[in-house]
Design a protein around this ligand. Structure first.
Ligand code: BGC
Length: 747
């Protein structure tokens, strides 16, 4: 035994020594290269040249700049021949032969389109996140892309924000788990191996907290909120080795993120020891002038470079101004060297010096059957069953069904936002899949509306006729892809156009309506909820939307998705999220006085009224973590291994989950805690662990969840991480609003 330990120790030492030497060798190479580079070439490495996402050719100007070594990377060049052509110029003709990086927004798939990230988050499944991003990486690499601008890890509590579609939802812990998985999928174990591409974790930081959900907006935020809610996934990204980071468009407490040295230097470099490079967002550097933070391009370059922003996307303040700033001694050449070091380090790590021309790229297949199968599985796992009155679902395949709604056969729309390379001709729609599942004569299709915003009622008659001839109505509602994503925020998040009106008209036919929503955000459905027997949230499911939906609707597959964002009843409740703090007068149902209960000429009094809305109450429509299944689960007693824990302990919880229904299903077991009394108020609940368990009908399994006490802490307003001794509440539950409370103490 002793020998074995000694052997392991020596092996470990050899291993770390080897890794150290390797790192050292790379750093030596970087420094040797920097020695040889002119000022112009160094600045060139910090320039990311944009071509439009639809651009077709290579301009002579771009070729010339690459030839002179004035470009570090290119984005949106998707013609592989052109990529290889310009790379050849960089490698063979530029002064120091430094290869380019080729960036692209591959957000939820390249050609095989997976559910939008908000949908993927609803799987609560890190393996799915990793597998889907690995496929996205392989398909991208096959098309000569070695850098994706993903994952987007902006925690978001505001469904009005269009970019919630790209986000991992409202919870920092779940977002962190998924972030690590995405990065592993894109970058693999070895970043330099063919097929793996660089991840770019974005948008640093707090972009999800934009005021009013309006894109690009202001963020005023306390340090504790920033660190406890918005930064954790970024920290996780550093831990997972994210090669690059992207700054965000918003300002944080008055300082735009692209010139924010608190974020880029103090937090990212000094605290988290990040050694990759930071790219700006598209023109976000020069937008600091419009923000009112810089007077001109020169100040922009000075502030961005001083703050620690390494590579400028599309705007050209570095190209135009850095040399002058160095000559004027406002920036030192060593500062520029440091920027270049960050960029070259990643180029070496990614192996682009050895492999500039995407070797073995043809071995990675686009739209491989296994990838399409994964697209289907991930979609199935992302669907959330929100209502199922009288168990109307699953539907028998012997029924006659009316297929209605603007998203029933909308090849482009089911793909969702950010699918530059996705192709609608590959989409299989719900209608197509249902026609393969049901006898053709049993499917009556009438869209009723041409697109989600359609306000014409012309198609209503035909839709009603289809409904009358059928036993069940499958209504595919939602938002077109373009209604969420960047710059597509909405003030009203109900179904656009006259979809509600059509649903209400159909309800009069007396046939049960199954509402399937495909959208980039939670949708407020209170006005039509009484009219529908079932509600399925399908997000924008991607290429395989149809087969995935047909399988869950007919019960071939079970539902297992759970919400990762709280659904409001009405948009006026936003921001509404499960992990809010308590007021001194928290809302509660026993004292709630609604708008209808207040007597006329009532005496002015706050009594009986707490922190809530008179007209919308205080509960959401659907809480975080919620989702139904075709089976049911029961939770046994929650047993704590120890009720009093030291700081070095782990909280260990055991619970037996039983499938009490009639078919196999997967339960997502969620562990929440509350630090009852602390030096700053803490959320009423915080997710700290979860696991998924698949159980056959009647089967029980004991599951264990464990959380290191070190992870029960929080950041104070001074930015200090503390685990404060005291009483904690604990729930192990199917969602954020249920479960029996337990108590434990941290010493
Ligand atoms: C978006 C980024 C994206 C970049 C490059 C920007 O407008 O905010 O998320 O990566 O464009 O396309």
């Amino acid at each position: 035994m002793k020998n074995r330990i000694a052997f392991l120790f020596i092996f470990f030492q050899m291993f770390t020594y080897h890794a150290f030497c390797q790192t050292d060798a790379v750093e030596n190479k970087i420094n040797a290269l920097i020695e040889k580079m002119t000022l112009e070439e160094k600045i060139g490495q910090a320039c990311l040249k944009g071509t439009s996402s639809r651009s077709k050719g290579l301009s002579d100007e771009l070729k010339e700049q690459v030839r002179k070594g004035l470009v570090g990377a290119i984005l949106n060049l998707t013609d592989t021949a052109l990529v290889l052509q310009i790379q050849k110029i960089a490698v063979e003709e530029s002064p120091n032969h430094i290869p380019l990086l080729f960036g692209r927004d591959v957000i939820h798939g390249y050609k095989t389109i997976f559910p939008i990230p908000l949908g993927l988050s609803a799987t609560w499944n890190a393996a799915i996140a990793e597998q889907t991003s690995a496929v996205a990486a392989h398909e991208s690499y096959a098309r000569c892309i070695n850098w994706t601008f993903a994952p987007m890890v902006d925690v978001c509590r505001d469904a009005r924000w269009g970019r919630i579609a790209e986000s991992p939802g409202e919870d920092p812990y779940l977002a962190s788990v998924l972030t690590k998985a995405y990065i592993k999928g894109y970058q693999g174990e070895d970043l330099s191996a063919p097929g793996n591409i660089l991840a770019c974790t974005k948008h640093f930081a707090a972009y999800g907290a934009v005021e009013g959900g309006r894109d690009y907006n202001t963020v005023n935020i306390s340090e504790s909120l920033l660190r406890n809610v918005y930064l954790p996934p970024f920290k996780a990204a550093v831990e997972a080795g994210s090669a690059t980071f992207m700054t965000s468009f918003n300002d944080v407490n008055g300082v735009p993120a692209s010139g924010n040295s608190f974020l880029l230097k103090d937090v990212l470099r000094e605290e988290w020891k990040y050694d990759g490079f930071v790219v700006s967002d598209w023109n976000s550097v020069t937008e600091m002038i419009t923000h009112g933070y810089c007077a001109d391009e020169k100040e922009v370059a000075l502030k961005a470079a001083t703050a620690g922003m390494d590579m400028e996307m599309t705007s050209q303040s570095y190209a135009h101004q850095l040399k002058v700033l160095i000559q004027e001694k406002k920036i030192t050449e060593e500062q520029l060297n440091e920027i270049v070091r960050h960029i070259l380090r990643i180029k070496f790590r990614a192996g682009v010096f050895e492999n500039p021309y995407f070797k073995e790229k043809d071995s990675f297949k686009i739209l491989d059957p296994a990838s399409l199968e994964l697209a289907k599985t991930s979609a199935v796992k992302s669907f959330v069953l929100l209502k199922n009155e009288k168990q109307i679902l699953p539907l028998s395949t012997n029924k006659t069904v009316a297929v209605i709604g603007p998203l029933a056969h909308a090849h482009k729309e089911q793909l969702g936002t950010w699918i530059f390379d996705g192709d609608k001709t590959n989409s299989i729609t719900p209608l197509t899949a249902l026609l393969q599942t049901y006898a053709t004569a049993n499917v009556k299709y009438a869209a009723g509306l041409k697109y989600s915003r359609d306000e014409s009622e012309e198609g209503f008659k035909e839709a009603l006729a289809a409904a009358k001839k059928s036993e069940v109505i499958l209504f595919f509602a939602g938002e077109e892809a373009i209604l969420s994503g960047e710059a597509h925020s909405r003030a009203d998040i109900s179904l656009p156009g006259v979809q509600e009106k059509l649903i209400q008209a159909l309800a009069k036919a007396g046939k049960p309506i199954i509402l399937v929503i495909m959208a980039g955000r939670p949708i407020t459905i209170d006005r039509i909820l009484p009219n529908v027997a079932a509600v399925v949230m399908a997000w924008h499911p991607g290429t395989m939307a149809g087969p995935a939906l047909a399988d869950v609707l007919t019960g071939k597959e079970n539902f297992s998705g759970r919400l990762t964002v709280t659904w409001p009843k009405t948009v006026g409740q936003i921001p509404i999220y499960y992990n809010h703090t308590n007021t001194g007068r928290p809302a509660d149902s026993t004292s709630f006085v609604g708008i209808k209960d207040i007597p006329v000429e009532a005496w002015q009094s706050s009594l009986g009224n707490n922190s809530h809305y008179l007209d919308a109450g205080f509960t959401p429509r659907y809480t975080f973590g919620y989702g139904m299944s075709y089976t049911s689960f029961s939770y046994g007693d929650i047993l704590l291994k120890k009720n009093t824990l030291d700081q070095s302990d782990s909280l260990k919880v055991t619970v037996t989950i039983t499938n009490t229904g009639a078919r196999t299903g997967t339960e997502t077991v969620q562990l929440y805690i509350q630090d009852v009394s602390a030096s700053i108020v803490r959320p009423v609940r915080e997710l700290k662990a979860f696991t998924q368990v698949e159980l056959k009908a009647g089967e029980s399994r004991e599951i264990q969840l464990s959380v290191p006490v070190a992870e029960l802490g929080f950041y104070t307003n001074e930015g200090k991480y503390v685990v404060e001794p005291g009483t904690f509440n604990l729930w192990v539950a199917p969602d954020a609003a249920s479960g029996a409370k337990q108590v434990f103490t941290v010493k």
